[in-house]
Design a protein around this ligand. Structure first.
Ligand SMILES: [Zn+2]
Ligand SMILES: [Zn+2]
Length: 271
């Protein structure tokens, strides 16, 4: 069972349910010693995207900047009210071109920041990671991960295998996987196996049909870890959008998968 979780959403992003306190209470009930809150970071309209791209990429499903203050002060209050669990201030953020100052200002107020690439720059456009990946555009995804990681602002790479949502684990995808590993090793960044991708799968019992975690990707990661012990820090992220998702069937199935393939995971993060 999960002991801690650092990938946690709440209602401020407009597509998750529950107050921060509901997640704290659930985490205490589950015996967690740490809970990292990481709701979706604000993305203003003027963020290097056309208004249409902003809409298409569901940027209204992120918290707004004024809510960000409230989010942080609520965590301060909860830390006093629930001293027996360590509550961390985080965000899950995108990393689009020409917005470095924006991300830098967000990061200053946090304990850690998660890089989650749901969309990325490619050839003058902003493309969707779920839909728009092929042998060419995948370079845009990788470039976005590289620039984000090299910025030094991020501590944790969410669902690194999201680019495989609609793309095969071919030779090109393998190279991308290896480069993501190398970047996270070099910059000492947590590499997440995300349990939330199972919600997109109709037949959860067939691991080959999981959108993410992607079995072929994680077997490759496991092989790397066997050959390079102690290098890559893999961590499980519930990516919960309801309090119950801190320990739902998707979490349990991914934990079984981790055991099955013998993947070594870190239980507690240090930021
Ligand atoms: Zn979300
Ligand atoms: Zn997330």
């Amino acid at each position: 069972m999960l002991k801690n979780n650092y990938h946690t959403h709440m209602k401020y992003c407009n597509h998750a349910e529950g107050e921060t306190v509901d997640y704290v209470k659930k985490a205490i009930e589950l015996g967690f010693s740490e809970l990292g809150m990481s709701d979706h970071a604000p993305i203003p309209l003027n963020h290097g995207m056309t208004p249409a791209e902003w809409e298409e990429n569901y940027c209204y499903e992120n918290m707004t900047l004024d809510i960000f203050d409230k989010y942080l002060s609520e965590i301060d209050e909860l830390r006093i009210k629930y001293p027996n669990i360590k509550i961390l201030k985080g965000l899950e953020s995108e990393f689009l071109d020409n917005n470095l100052e924006w991300y830098t200002n967000l990061r200053k107020r946090l304990d850690y920041m998660i890089l989650g690439i749901h969309f990325y720059n490619y050839d003058g456009r902003v493309l969707d990671t779920y839909r728009d990946i092929n042998d060419q555009t995948v370079d845009g995804y990788l470039r976005c991960a590289r620039l984000g990681i090299e910025s030094g602002l991020f501590d944790y790479l969410a669902h690194p295998d999201l680019y495989l949502y609609n793309y095969e684990f071919n030779d090109k995808a393998k190279e991308v996987c290896q480069e993501l590993i190398d970047l996270c090793v070099k910059y000492d960044i947590y590499f997440e196996i995300n349990t939330n991708g199972l919600k997109y799968t109709d037949n959860k019992l067939d691991q080959m049909r999981w959108r993410y975690p992607n079995k072929k990707f994680w077997l490759y990661v496991k092989d790397y870890m066997d050959k390079n012990p102690g290098k890559l820090k893999v961590i499980v992220g519930a990516d919960s959008h309801t309090p119950d998702a801190l320990n739902n069937d998707n979490v349990k199935l991914v934990e079984e998968f981790i055991k099955e393939i013998g993947l070594k995971v870190v239980e507690k993060a240090e930021f």
